[in-house]
Design a protein around this ligand. Sequence first.
Ligand code: CMP
Length: 144
Amino acid sequence: SAERTFIMIKPDGVQRGLVGQIVQRFEQRGYKLVSMKFTQPTKELLEEHYADLKQKGFFPSLIAYMLSGPVVPMVWEGKDVVKQGRQMLGQTNPLASLPGSIRGDFSIDIGRNICHGSDSVESAQKEIALWFKETELTQWKSST
Ligand code: CMP
């Protein structure tokens, strides 16, 4: 089956009204939306999502920021979507992100970098399973 990635619009992306523009970039590139929701994540879910970063000094502020409002977790599918999706997002540090990328166009603060994208096919599978139930993953044919 086709490659899938997990992309999440973080609270600052929602608060700044960027949901539509971010979804549009993936649609217009030709990727297929498999699932999407608008949800206020629990602390437990976020701590699991960011389990690898638990030892980092910024972990508490990262969790507080992610709890500051609703997020938009999404599953996108298509050719090379994990790597291409990360290029579309830009670098983790928005100041290292090229104009044309989401972070390069919309952000300057690493602690408010608008969106998250899986860093590998394996983390994508883990993150999709963490945020979505199997029954929430749709099957449909796009025309592109
Ligand atoms: P994300 O791609 O979601 O993966 C881990 C997140 O940790 C990252 O985006 C940033 O939001 C955050 N992060 C990484 N490094 C730092 C840092 N030095 N200071 C604050 N937040 C960071």
